[in-house]
Write a new protein. Structure first.
Lengths: 820, 156
C-alpha cells in the first residue's frame, strides 16, 4: 500500500503535544529526540522538525508545511490559511506546502472538529492562526539571536531568516533547527493572548494575490479526489435507485439477471441503522461498469413507506394550510407592535412569495472507498466537509452493525480534495453504505454514485412559501411582517448527534429570549439589517417535508431563498411608498439600534455570536471561560457598512444615471449572509433585458460591491464572488428539482440545469477592504443575484415575479397581471 | 484484449469491448485525471482527445476507439507546459478543479483547430463543459490568453 494511505495518527500525535484533550488548554513544542516508540517514529524523530502549534511544521530544509483541517473544495482555503500563518511566522512563500491531517479519534483531540461550513473558515481561524504564526516566529527569533550571539532586541525575522540589525548577520530557520534544540512551550490560550501581532499596515503576504497552492495539480490531472484511490483487492459498488428518497424498505432482491453480468459479485441491502440509506441496495462487482449494469438489472420489491405517494403539490398544499395556523408558528424576530402599526398605516402591501427545491449538483458525484485493515481498523477515503462527523457517524453505525462498543472501534478518515461541496457533502450516507458493503464483502469497496443516483439521493434545499405584509406611513416602512414555512433542516441534522463528551452539538433554542424554539438555519436572512420599527418574522416547520426530501444546507442555507424574498419585497415596498429603491433602502440602513453591530466581541461566549459557533465551527475545544483572546466581530459597523456597499455598487452600475434602452432595467439587492452574527456585507446591481413577447430575459451585467474586511487574497476573492454570483444566477434562471411520489425526479444535467458558459454576464466587482476582521467570501454574493434580477425584470417591463426560479412563462403571466 | 495508443504509449485493456473509455482510462489504467461527471455526455468532465478531436470519453466505447490516438490530461503536458495549462495557471482558473481536466482538453482541441477564436466561438465551444463553481469568466479569459501565447510562440 502506498505510504499516503497508511495511518499516520501516531506520527502527528507525538510531534504535537496537546493537552487540550484533557481540557487544560495547553500546547507545547514537542521536539523529537529519544521519544522511543517504533522504528518509524525513531526515523521521524531524527529530523528536528519544529511544530510549535498544531497548524504547521518547519523542517530543516526551510520548508513550512501547513496542516489544513478545512476541506479544500474550491475556495483555496489552504492557501488562505498558509498566507495568514506565513505572514506572522515570516516564512518565504515559495517554501510553503500544504497537507491534510488524518482524522482519527486521537487527532480529533488535537485538531478539534474538522468541519467546513457557513463560509466560516477564515472568519473563525484568522486570529488564532495569526497568533500561532507569531508565537513560532518569537521562538525562532530568540533561538536565532542566541546562535548569532546577538542581542534579542536587535533581531527580527524576515522571509525565513533571523536578522541581527547590529552585525547585519543572519541565520535561516532551517539552520536554526539543525543547531538548536527548541523546547519552549506555550500555555493556551494565555500565551496566544499575550503575543504581539503585526500591524495590518505591515502585511506582506496577506492581501497579496499569491497563486493558489492547489491549482497546478488541477491542470495536469495529478490532483487527487477520493475517487482516485485504489486499494488492493478492491471491489466496486453502485446504488440501485431507491423507490423513494427516504423511508422505503426493501422486501426482496432478485439478482438472477445481474448474475449474468461478468464480474458481478453480490448485492447488499444496506442496513439502515440511524435512518440513513433507507431502501438502498448496492450492487457489487469487480469493475464499476459491471456494478452499474448490475444495479440496473436488480429486481427489487419495496415497501415505499410513508412518503411513497407524496409529491411537491402535496407539500405546497400543506405549506398553505400551515400558514393559517398562527398557534403553530415560532417567532424569530419580534420588534415593536406589528399588528397595531399595520392597522394605523396609510398603505399596506400583502404578497406571497415562494421558491422551488434546488440541489448541490457538484461535479464530483459522491463517492467513498472503505477498507477494513488487517488490524481491524477502518479506513475511509472520502472528500467531505467534515472528516470528524464522517468518523463519528461511521463509528456509531459500525457499532450497531458489528455489535461492538464504539470505543473498541478504530476509524480513520483520509481526506481528499472535494470536487464541489456547497453544503452537500456533510451527510455521510455514502460512508455508511461503502463501509457496510466492505463489511459484507470482506473486501475494500469503492462506492460511486452515478449521476442518476446522485440526483435521486440528493439533499435539496427545501421548498418554501412566504406571506409578507408591509405597513407604510408617510412614505416610510413602519411595519413588516414575514411569515414563512419550509422543511426545517436543523432537526434532521441535530437528532441523535452528540459530541464525544455527550453534549448536543446543535440546540434548537436561541440566544435571544424573544425568540422561540426555531431552526435558525431555516430562517436566517429574514432578520435583515434594515431599521423597521415594527418587525416580525414567524416560521412554521413542515416536518414531513424535511424528512421526505431529506432537506439540507445549500450554499448560504436559508439566505439563498430569504434574500430573494426580502429584497424583492423591499423593492415592492419602495414602489408602494413612491420612493426610489436605492434611496428607500439607504434610509433604512442607518445602523441604529440592533443594527449597529456588536463591537469587539469576536466569538466570545456569552454573546449572540457564540450561539453555535463555539460548539460547531471552531477546530479546537475552546475553554469554557472567557480567557481566550477576543477579536473583532464581523458585525462592527453594522448596517452602515451594508449601506456603503450599496452606494458603491449603485454608483458603479450607473443607477439612476445610465441611459437604458426600452425593455432593459436595473435591480438592486443587498445581503449580509451568512448569519446575522457573521455577516459579509454585499450589494449588487443586475442589468437585465426582457423580451416581453416571449418572457425570456438575459442578465447583461452584474455589478457587485463587497466589504469582507480584509481580503486575504484579493484575486481569489474576486473569483469566489464571480462563481457564487453565477450560482445565484442559476437558481433564478433555470435550476429546480421536482418531487413526485416520494422521489426526486430530475436524473441528469439535461434535466437539471446549472448555468453554462453562454449564460455569463459582464462583471464589475469592487472589493471594499475596510480593514475590519476578515469574513467569508465564498457564498454571500450568491444571494443577491436572484432578487436583483427579479427587481430588474420589474424595472424593465413591470412584471413582478414572486417565485424562484423565474421562468419566461412566469414573466409573461406577471406582465399580464400588471396590465390588468 | 484491446490495444490502445494513449499519450503516445501502447497500452492494452482487458475490459469488455462495450466498456466506456472513461472507465478503462480511470479505473483499469488508473489515469485518474479524466473525471467522471455525468455518464451521459452532458457535462464534459471526461473530455479527452481522439486524434486531436475532443470527445466525451463516457460516450465512447472501447471497441470504437480502434487505432485512434488518445490524449488525456496527463498527456497534454505532465508539467503544465502546454499553453492552455500555462494560461489556466496564470489566470488562476480552477476552484474545486474537478471539471478542469475536461475544460482544458476542450480548450486545447478548440485552439488546435482555431488558433484565434472569437468570444462567441469560445462560448460555443466551451458551452458543453459544466463548471459548478462557475469559473466560466476565467475559462473564457484563459482560452484567449492561451491563444495569445500560442501566437507569440509561433512568431518567436
Amino acid at each position: 500500500m502506498p505510504d499516503e494511505l497508511l495511518p499516520n495518527a501516531g506520527r502527528r500525535s507525538f510531534l504535537v503535544r496537546s493537552t487540550t484533550m484533557a481540557g487544560a488548554g495547553f500546547l507545547s513544542i514537542a521536539l523529537p529526540p529519544a521519544l522511543g516508540g517504533s522504528d518509524a517514529e525513531a526515523a521521524i524523530s531524527a529530523t528536528p522538525a519544529y511544530t510549535p502549534s498544531i497548524w504547521f511544521t518547519i523542517t530543516p530544509d526551510g520548508v513550512t508545511t501547513m496542516h489544513i483541517v478545512k476541506a479544500e473544495m474550491g475556495q483555496h482555503i489552504g492557501t488562505a490559511f498558509a498566507q495568514i500563518i506565513a505572514e506572522e511566522l515570516e516564512v518565504p512563500w515559495e517554501k510553503v506546502r500544504l497537507d491534510m491531517p488524518l482524522e482519527s479519534n486521537e487527532n480529533f483531540g488535537i485538531y478539534g472538529l474538522a468541519y467546513t461550513v457557513n463560509s466560516g473558515s477564515v472568519t473563525t481561524e484568522f486570529d488564532r492562526l495569526s497568533r500561532a504564526g507569531a508565537l513560532g516566529r518569537m521562538v525562532l527569533v530568540e533561538a536565532g539571536a542566541k546562535l548569532l550571539g546577538a542581542k534579542l532586541a536587535n533581531c527580527h525575522a524576515s522571509a525565513g531568516r533571523v536578522i541581527d540589525k547590529a552585525s547585519k548577520r543572519s541565520v535561516g530557520y532551517g539552520d536554526i533547527l539543525q543547531k538548536v534544540k527548541l523546547e519552549k512551550s506555550f500555555s493556551y490560550p494565555n500565551d496566544f493572548k499575550a503575543v504581539k501581532l503585526k500591524a495590518r499596515s505591515e502585511y506582506k503576504i496577506i492581501g497579496k494575490s499569491v497563486p493558489a497552492l492547489d491549482i497546478p495539480a488541477k491542470t495536469n490531472g495529478s490532483a487527487k479526489y477520493a475517487m482516485d484511490v485504489f486499494l488492493p483487492n478492491m471491489a466496486y459498488g453502485a446504488l440501485a435507485i431507491p423507490r423513494t428518497r427516504h423511508m422505503s424498505k426493501v422486501l426482496s432482491v432478485d439478482d438472477s439477471a445481474a448474475k449474468s453480468i461478468p464480474g458481478y459479485l453480490k448485492s447488499v441491502v444496506i442496513a439502515d441503522h440511524m435512518n440513513k440509506c433507507m431502501g438502498w441496495v448496492v450492487a457489487l462487482a469487480e469493475t464499476y461498469p459491471a456494478a452499474l449494469a448490475a444495479s440496473k438489472a436488480l429486481i427489487i420489491e419495496t415497501d415505499p413507506g410513508p412518503y411513497g405517494n407524496l409529491s411537491l403539490a402535496d407539500i405546497k398544499a400543506e405549506f398553505a394550510e400551515l400558514l393559517d395556523k398562527p398557534e403553530e408558528a415560532a417567532n424569530w424576530v419580534l420588534e415593536g407592535d406589528v399588528e397595531g402599526s399595520m392597522t394605523g398605516a396609510d398603505k399596506t402591501l400583502d404578497v406571497e412569495y415562494s421558491s422551488d427545491m434546488i440541489c448541490h449538483a457538484f461535479m464530483e458525484p459522491i463517492n467513498c472507498t472503505v477498507m477494513q485493515a488487517a488490524d481491524g481498523s477502518w479506513h475511509v477515503h472520502v472528500g467531505t466537509q467534515s472528516t470528524s462527523f464522517a468518523r463519528m457517524t461511521l463509528t456509531a453505525y459500525l457499532s450497531m452493525v458489528t455489535g461492538r462498543k464504539q470505543e473498541e472501534l478504530s476509524v480513520f478518515v483520509h481526506q481528499y480534495l472535494v470536487g464541489g461541496g456547497f453544503g452537500g457533502k456533510q451527510d455521510y450516507d455514502d460512508v455508511l453504505a461503502a463501509a457496510y458493503c466492505a463489511h459484507e464483502l470482506g473486501r475494500p469497496v469503492k462506492f460511486i454514485q452515478s449521476r442518476e443516483s446522485q440526483f435521486a439521493i440528493s439533499h435539496p434545499r427545501t421548498p418554501t412559501l412566504h406571506r409578507l405584509k408591509a405597513g407604510i406611513e408617510d412614505g416610510k416602512l413602519t411595519a413588516m411582517s414575514h411569515d414563512m414555512v419550509s422543511g426545517w433542516m436543523g432537526p434532521r441534522f441535530a437528532v441523535g448527534k452528540k459530541f464525544n463528551n455527550g453534549t448536543d452539538w446543535l440546540q434548537l433554542d436561541s440566544w435571544d429570549d424573544k425568540k422561540q424554539d426555531i431552526d435558525q438555519w431555516s430562517v436566517g436572512g429574514s432578520d435583515h439589517w434594515y431599521h423597521v420599527p415594527n418587525h416580525r418574522v414567524r416560521a412554521w416547520n413542515s416536518d414531513r417535508t424535511t424528512w421526505a426530501i431529506q432537506a439540507s444546507a445549500l450554499r448560504t442555507v436559508s439566505n439563498s431563498y430569504n434574500m430573494f424574498v426580502v429584497e424583492s419585497f423591499m423593492d415592492e415596498a419602495a414602489h408602494a411608498a413612491g420612493r426610489d429603491p436605492l434611496e428607500f433602502r439607504l434610509s433604512m440602513l442607518n445602523g441604529k439600534g440592533g443594527n449597529r453591530g456588536i463591537p469587539n466581541t469576536g466569538y466570545a461566549p456569552g454573546t449572540p455570536s457564540d450561539y453555535y459557533l463555539d460548539q460547531i465551527w471552531i477546530s479546537l475545544p475552546w475553554p469554557t471561560d472567557k480567557s481566550w483572546p477576543e477579536y473583532e466581530s464581523g458585525t462592527v459597523g453594522g448596517a452602515l457598512r451594508l449601506a456603503n456597499c450599496l452606494r458603491v455598487a449603485a454608483g458603479k452600475a450607473g443607477w439612476g444615471s445610465k441611459k437604458l434602452p426600452k425593455g432593459t432595467g436595473m435591480g438592486l439587492a443587498v445581503s449580509s449572509a451568512e448569519e446575522r452574527q457573521s455577516p459579509t456585507w454585499v450589494a449588487g446591481v443586475a442589468e437585465v433585458t426582457v423580451d416581453t413577447t416571449t418572457g425570456v430575459y438575459k442578465i447583461n451585467k452584474l455589478t457587485i460591491a463587497m466589504d469582507m474586511g480584509i481580503a486575504i487574497n484579493p484575486e481569489n476573492v474576486k473569483a469566489q464572488i464571480m462563481g457564487s454570483a453565477l450560482w445565484g444566477a442559476g437558481q433564478v434562471l433555470s435550476e429546480r428539482l421536482d418531487f413526485e411520489n416520494g422521489l426526486l425526479t430530475q436524473s441528469n444535467f439535461h434535466e437539471y440545469k446549472p448555468v453554462r458558459q453562454v449564460d455569463v454576464p459582464e462583471f464589475d466587482i469592487e472589493l471594499i477592504q475596510s480593514g475590519r476582521h476578515p469574513m467569508g467570501v465564498g457564498e454571500p454574493a450568491s444571494t443577491i443575484v436572484a432578487p436583483a434580477v427579479a427587481n430588474a425584470i420589474f424595472a424593465a417591463c413591470g412584471a413582478r415575479v414572486r417565485h424562484m426560479p423565474i421562468t419566461p412563462e412566469a414573466v409573461l403571466e406577471a406582465l399580464k397581471a400588471a396590465k390588468a | 484484449m484491446t490495444n490502445l495508443t494513449i499519450n503516445g504509449r501502447s497500452l492494452a485493456s482487458d475490459s469488455p469491448p462495450d466498456t466506456p473509455l472513461l472507465w478503462v482510462l480511470r479505473e483499469e489504467l488508473r489515469m485518474t485525471g479524466t473525471r467522471f461527471g455525468c455518464g451521459l455526455g452532458v457535462c464534459g468532465a471526461c473530455t479527452v482527445h481522439i486524434n486531436g478531436q475532443a470527445v466525451r470519453s463516457c460516450q465512447v466505447k472501447l471497441e470504437q476507439v480502434g487505432t485512434g490516438a488518445i490524449t488525456t490530461i496527463e498527456g497534454l503536458h505532465p508539467s503544465n507546459a502546454h499553453p492552455v495549462q500555462k494560461a489556466w495557471i496564470e489566470i488562476q482558473v480552477p476552484q474545486c478543479g474537478y471539471c478542469q481536466s475536461g475544460q482544458i482538453m476542450q480548450a486545447a482541441s478548440l485552439l488546435a483547430q482555431n488558433p484565434s477564436p472569437s468570444d462567441k466561438q469560445i462560448q460555443e465551444a466551451m458551452n458543453g463543459n459544466l463548471c459548478r463553481c462557475a469559473t466560466y469568466p476565467r475559462i473564457a479569459g484563459a482560452v484567449k490568453r492561451a491563444a495569445q501565447m500560442m501566437k507569440e510562440k509561433k512568431n518567436a
